[in-house]
Design a binder for this molecule. Structure first.
Ligand SMILES: [Zn+2]
Length: 289
C-alpha cells in the first residue's frame, strides 16, 4: 500500500520545493492530474527499499504556516541523505541515539520551514552511531602524551577505557571511541611503537596470545559475524602499538563492513560509562570462565 503524505508550502513556493525535494533529495516529481494541477502544488515519489514507499503531496496554503511540530518521517539511508543535505547547505540535526535505541535519525527543514525527519532502517553497524569530531580528535591525539602509557600508569582521564585483562607484559582495555560494540584494544605495557620490528618473536607471540584470548571472550559476549583484528597507529599520534579487536555484528550491509565499520569518520557508538562498565564486567567474566 502506498501512503500519501501531505504538507504545505507558501503560495508560489513550488519552485523552491522542487529544488529541495527533487534537486537535493533526488525524489522524482509525479505529474499532478490536470484538474488538481490547476490548484498549484507538486507531488513527489518517496523512494523506498524496493520501489516507491510513499507519495509526498505538497499544496499551497494561504496564509501559510510551516509545520514545526507534527512532521513527516522518512526511512532512508540516513548517512547518504545527511551528506547530500549538508553539501547543499541545509542544517542536519542528529537526534540523541538514546531516544530511539537502534535507530539513527535526524531532522532538517525544507525551504518553506517544514520540519522533516529522516531515519535509518535500524540495522547495521551504523545503527547506534553518532557523529565524531575527527579534527578535534586529531588535535588531542597529536598534542597529548601517550594514552596507553597513561592507562598502564593509571593516570588516564577516561573511565571508558575499562581494563579487562593484563599480565606483566600486556594489557587489554575497552576502546574509548568504539565504532562497534565490543571494540577492545590490546597493547604491550612498554612503549613499543612498531608491531613487528620492536618485538622479538616470543614477545610478539605473547601479545598475540592475549589478542586471541580477548577476541574469543568478545565473541562470547557480543554477536559476531566476523572478528576484525588490526594494528594501526601513527608516528604523529597514538604511536604506542596496539591491536584493535573489533567484532562485526551480523546483518551489516556489505558497504558498511570492513574499513567503513572501523572508521570513526563514519560515527562512533553512543557510548556511556554505564555501557562500558557493563561490557567490561561481562568480558572479565568470559575471560575467567
Ligand atoms: Zn606509550
Amino acid at each position: 500500500m502506498l501512503h500519501h503524505v501531505q504538507i504545505a508550502c507558501p503560495p508560489g513556493g513550488e519552485e523552491s520545493m522542487r529544488a529541495f525535494y527533487h534537486g537535493v533529495l533526488g525524489w522524482a516529481e509525479i505529474p499532478k492530474p490536470p484538474l488538481l494541477a490547476a490548484r498549484g502544488g507538486c507531488w513527489f515519489a518517496v523512494p523506498g527499499v524496493d520501489g516507491p514507499a510513499a507519495e509526498l503531496h505538497i499544496g499551497p496554503e494561504d496564509p501559510f504556516r510551516p509545520a514545526r511540530r507534527a512532521h513527516p518521517a522518512f526511512v532512508v539511508d540516513v548517512d547518504a541523505v545527511a551528506a547530500g543535505l549538508v553539501a547543499a547547505g541545509y542544517a542536519v540535526r542528529w537526534a540523541d541515539a538514546a531516544e530511539i535505541p537502534g535507530r539513527r535519525r535526524f531532522h532538517t527543514d525544507d525551504p518553506a520551514g517544514n520540519r522533516l525527519e529522516f531515519l535509518g532502517a535500524g540495522d547495521g553497524a551504523g545503527a547506534r552511531r553518532v557523529p565524531f569530531d575527527i579534527a578535534d580528535y586529531e588535535r588531542r591525539v597529536r598534542e597529548s602524551p601517550c594514552f596507553i602509557c597513561a592507562i598502564v600508569a593509571g593516570t588516564h582521564d577516561s573511565e571508558l577505557e575499562q581494563i579487562i585483562d593484563e599480565d606483566d607484559e600486556n594489557i587489554a582495555f575497552l576502546c574509548r571511541y568504539p565504532t562497534l560494540t565490543g571494540h577492545t584494544l590490546v597493547a604491550p605495557k612498554q612503549h613499543h611503537e612498531h608491531v613487528v620490528r620492536d618485538l622479538e618473536l616470543e614477545k610478539f607471540w605473547r601479545l598475540t596470545e592475549m589478542v586471541h584470548r580477548v577476541a574469543r571472550a568478545v565473541e562470547t559476549v557480543v554477536p559476531t559475524e566476523r572478528m576484525y583484528l588490526a594494528s594501526l597507529g601513527s608516528q604523529q599520534g597514538n604511536s604506542h602499538l596496539h591491536w584493535h579487536i573489533a567484532p562485526l555484528p551480523p546483518g551489516v550491509p556489505y558497504r558498511e563492513q570492513q574499513f567503513h565499520a572501523l572508521m570513526a569518520e563514519n560515527g562512533v557508538l553512543a557510548w556511556t560509562l554505564a555501557d562500558a562498565v557493563d561490557l567490561a564486567g561481562r568480558l572479565r567474566r568470559a575471560l575467567n570462565s
